[in-house]
Write a protein that binds this ligand. Sequence first.
Ligand code: GTR
Length: 425
Amino acid sequence: MNAIKVSFLFWLLLLVAFSLRAQEQHNYDESKVPDFTLPPLLQNSSGSPVKTTRQWERIRRPEILSLYKKYVYGHSPESTGQMVFQTINVSSKALENKAIQKEVKVLFIGDKDTVDMNILIYLPKSVAKPVPVFLGMNFYGNHTIHRDAEITLHEKWVNNSQRLGISNHKVGETSRGIRANRWPVERILERGYGLATIYYGDLFPDHAEGADDGVQRLYGKQHIADSTGWGAIATWAWGLSRAMDYFESDDNIDPARVIVMGHSRLGKTALWAGAQDQRFAAVISNNSGCGGAALFRRKFGETVAIINSNFPHWFCKNFHRFNGMEEKLPIDQHMLISLVAPRPVYVASAVEDRWADPKGEFLSAFYASEVYGLYKQEGIKNAVMPPLNKPIAASRIGYHIRSGRHDVKVFDWESYMDFADLHVR
Ligand code: GTR
């Protein structure tokens, strides 16, 4: 064996050892969850107690928001810049005449450059306008959520997925509807809701260098390099707020009844969008896990060190300082959920999705209830998780743990719509 081969083998072994270490670092044993104390919700940084909603809104809520911006997701730009909405496609007879289908291109116009995102919208024809709408981002392009041939085919970069047969970062005609199982469009329309979706890669392609190919490039390198500059999750969340800007201009959509939802990394995104932007009427987190609903301090399943090493671009650079030091974080995720108060929020877990720590997701929802109490709203009363497939939906904080894996199922959607019927309609 020559020297080149030996050195190649050495590096390969090192790489394998490293990735095994990253995999091994996680814990699935409840008895090994460390004891922890959560940062207080109803106590200002000065140490004084928060007793009224006014104190919460004036002091504590802004404090928590700025901690998240500084240490977790990063700061998004204050101004939205120049933006143009172009309706590129409308069909009033979509889905066998049951729906209006629309595609709106949002152009973000910078000094030298323009970036765009496409919002795909379905609205039920049978319901009086303006309608309530679920807004959620998708993973592989708008045309993958339904077989509808009217949807513009996404042609830019996408993540590869072995399961969905995507390689070379390209999707084509054959990929229409490949993710339809996660988007029961007809059922959503039948229940009287509209659905709007955006491909998340329009804002920030999901890889470590993605910032250069998304909207961040309009805001200059300095902003990206900053240790508290926006990461990918914050950028996707920013895109959801820009969709909300559009809804405010569309007479067929009720901007006061927009429910932002997302699955997994996009569940983290939905929570951060809903936490910051109070125009969202309700927030739904589906299996959002680490950096989403799950409590960091439990270190169960995915941890801060693991998520930062696998996805270095998701959070702000400051967040990397907490690798292996969750207990030093000035926040924990019950605080993220509390930022939604008093608006309805729903957290959902899947029993086999241990990577996302179902118990940690539940406990965040439980502990956030204190802030709902301040508003005389009922959150989650009991620290004991409900039985499988039995949603808690009557209170302003909803929760369920369903059987099965990390995914979005019809059961999840039906539960979200039941919850929205009670609290948003
Ligand atoms: C996983 C990641 C999770 C979750 C998931 C997803 O690889 O570890 O935090 O976000 O991806 O988005 O599907």
